[in-house]
Design a protein around this ligand. Structure first.
Ligand code: UD1
Length: 426
């Protein structure tokens, strides 16, 4: 099993290019199922998760043209050979569940494995299923599979989500674009990836308005066509590197960065005393911290435009070194503090009480072996390792490979001492 060895305490300087957004890419790839014409994505991140999904799409009969090393990927769902997404594939990555909506909308039936829980919580899909039922689908859950049918096609519906869900909003959009009539999604999630999906669907001939706002209106169309769509830049990757620089010190410019999408984080970083200069038009964010100690800042995670849950672990890593006490509240997932005990192994002072973590800043962290438990938690350990004195070894880094493209390359490019080593866990 591969591990990362990091020798911390080196300030970072230079430029880090930001890749395409994983969370956007996964929904965009599912959208390619909606049309018999090829859809090409540029700025497609090469990650374990996008690879898993392309393998599932191939199982369904989609032709995938994605040469090794290339960030352009073409998906052609001209003739599908199956509408069944098996457990072995959906289990590997939750977002695979998103093929259900497009298959149901285009073919009138689909059988997709339930994704199950994951390390950060139960993560049910009840809102997704209720949305399809509202659109007239018959659903049966049997032996861990959702069997869905809409023999006469899906019908537009008024859907009021009882709480905000990114996945359910996107999934409902992926089905409603080919439903008959109008669908209105109320209390929709407002994440920028949803606006990206709406843009791509509209470029395919769909009629979606309000994507990225709390009310999304979709006029169903009969067919969709191919297009070329650039995947938006990854705000979580950009935010993660911003915090790596804030933690380790130095001066780094992030390029191809989604500036507007990161305002909750850039505000918190400024409050912590980090220099943050953004240029929306150029898509750059300069992050600098030279010498001055960080100040403690408290954050509460919330749906966009609030502080993203996917940056909570990284922010906690940063706050372990701040002057003062920071309270970090996790409001989206019930079990998302697994990084806290690992950060404590490096000398952090964190007390977890329910959905609150109280972080008392320490002056220094010291390297130690630690274990990655999920995607964002594992990168928080990398951030702490970059700031810690001595060597940190991060085990189980397959989590990192799910969501961070060329992580070691990007960090060593700005002067970090980080390398991947193979072999068994010690
Ligand atoms: C997406 C992101 C994930 C991010 C999360 C919140 C992808 C691939 N993943 O996940 O990185 O952390 O948004 O920003 O885009 N819920 C239900 N029933 C449902 C759906 C959700 O109870 O049918 C709950 C979830 O368990 C969670 C909350 O709603 O507690 C929000 O989840 P949701 O916004 O749906 O997250 P995901 O789309 O799974």
């Amino acid at each position: 099993m591969d591990r990362l060895k990091i020798t911390g305490g080196k300030p970072l300087s230079g430029t880090i290019p930001i890749s395409g957004a994983k969370n956007s890419a996964l929904k965009l790839m599912a959208a390619a199922l909606l049309t018999p014409e090829p859809v090409t994505f540029t700025n497609m991140p090469r990650l374990a998760d996008t690879r898993f999904l392309s393998q599932l799409l191939q199982t369904l009969g989609v032709e995938v043209y994605w040469p090794k090393g290339d960030s352009e990927c073409r998906l052609n769902a001209a003739e599908l050979t199956s509408t069944i997404a098996p457990y072995e594939q959906v289990r590997k990555m939750r977002a695979s569940f998103n093929v259900l909506g497009p298959l149901l909308a285009r073919y009138g039936h689909a059988t997709v494995s339930l994704p199950g829980g994951c390390a950060i919580g139960a993560r049910p899909v009840d809102l997704h299923l209720k949305a399809f039922e509202a659109m007239g689908a018959d659903l049966v859950v049997e032996e861990g599979y959702v069997k869905a049918a809409a023999i006469r096609g899906l019908k537009g519906a008024q859907i009021n989500f009882p709480f905000v869900s990114v996945g359910a909003t996107e999934h409902a959009m992926l089905a409603a674009v080919l439903a008959e009539g109008e669908t209105v999604l109320e209390n929709a999630a407002r994440e920028p990836e949803i606006a990206d999906l709406a843009d791509c669907l509209n470029a395919m001939g769909a009629k979606v308005s309000g994507g990225g706002t709390a009310t999304v209106t979709i006029q169903g169309v009969e067919t969709l066509h191919g297009t070329t769509h650039p995947v938006m830049p990854d705000r979580i990757e950009a935010g993660t590197y911003a915090m790596a620089v804030a933690a380790a010190g130095g001066d780094v410019t992030l390029t191809n960065a989604p500036v507007a999408a990161l305002s909750a984080l850039t505000g918190a970083l400024r409050d912590a005393g980090v220099t943050v200069e953004t240029d929306k038009a150029a898509g750059t964010i300069r992050i600098a911290r030279n010498g001055r100690r960080l100040q403690a800042v408290s954050v509460d995670t919330a749906p966009h435009p609030g502080f993203p849950t996917d940056l909570q672990a990284q922010f906690m890593a940063l706050m372990t070194l701040a002057e003062g006490t920071s309270v970090i509240r996790e409001n989206i997932f019930e079990n998302r503090f697994m990084h806290a005990p690992e950060l404590s192994r490096l000398g952090a002072n964190i007390a977890v009480r329910g959905h609150e973590a109280i972080v008392k800043g320490v002056e220094t962290l010291k390297g130690a072996p630690v274990m990655a438990t999920d995607l964002r938690a594992s990168v928080s350990l990398v951030i702490a390792g970059l700031a810690a004195q001595g060597e940190t070894e991060v085990n189980r880094i397959y989590h990192l490979d799910r969501g961070f493209e060329k992580l070691e390359e990007k960090l060593s490019g700005v002067g970090a001492d980080i390398r991947r080593v193979g072999g068994e866990e010690e």
